[in-house]
Write a protein that binds this ligand. Sequence first.
Ligand code: G3P
Length: 218
Amino acid sequence: MKFFVDTAEISEIRELAETGLLDGVTTNPTLIAKSGRNIAEVIAEICEIVSGPVSAEVAATDYKQMLMEAAVLRRIAKNVTIKVPLTPDGLRACYALSREGIMVNVTLCFSAAQALLAAKAGASFISPFVGRLDDIGQNGMDLIADIVQIYANYPAIKTEVLVASIRNPIHLIEAAKMGADVATIPPAVIKQLYHHPLTDKGLAAFLADWGKTGQSIV
Ligand code: G3P
């Protein structure tokens, strides 16, 4: 399973890139606003740190404007993935861009029918938002199971399931059990993945016992 980080904060991306865990980055207009940076500058900086796909989202809602924005964003770096919303214009832009060999991430997916449309439009990634479905009392992970199952029925579909709006490690583990291709994870949730109280307790005991030996390895 590929791990993307869902942030536009350079310091967080740099720190994660050094762990070797990071396969890509996703941003969206909210994350760019949060960074307080110019989109072109921040995406360029991210692409210098991470060689995998870096999603940059168009802000336009009409097809022609989306393509104009995509042209600007693509020029930033080779690994820029154009992110478009799951709307009729967004899917039309996805079809046009993917035919030119450009990676497209279709975002704001909340149904299996939408995911099927994105695959037919040639999306490289479909981004179903699990946390936001949970927020309205629906089970976000059921959507992932449906999309993974549907895509698996059609080997011609090359679209990768990119689980988005992840709020906790359980979302990630469930997604991995279902065979989702990618998870885009907020930095705080990536940090949570490392921790287990028994690891901390076990390490403390080992260190205490080691201290009693009076030895040093180097
Ligand atoms: O990048 C899209 C998605 O991951 C947003 O997550 O937490 O704002 O629903 P969230």
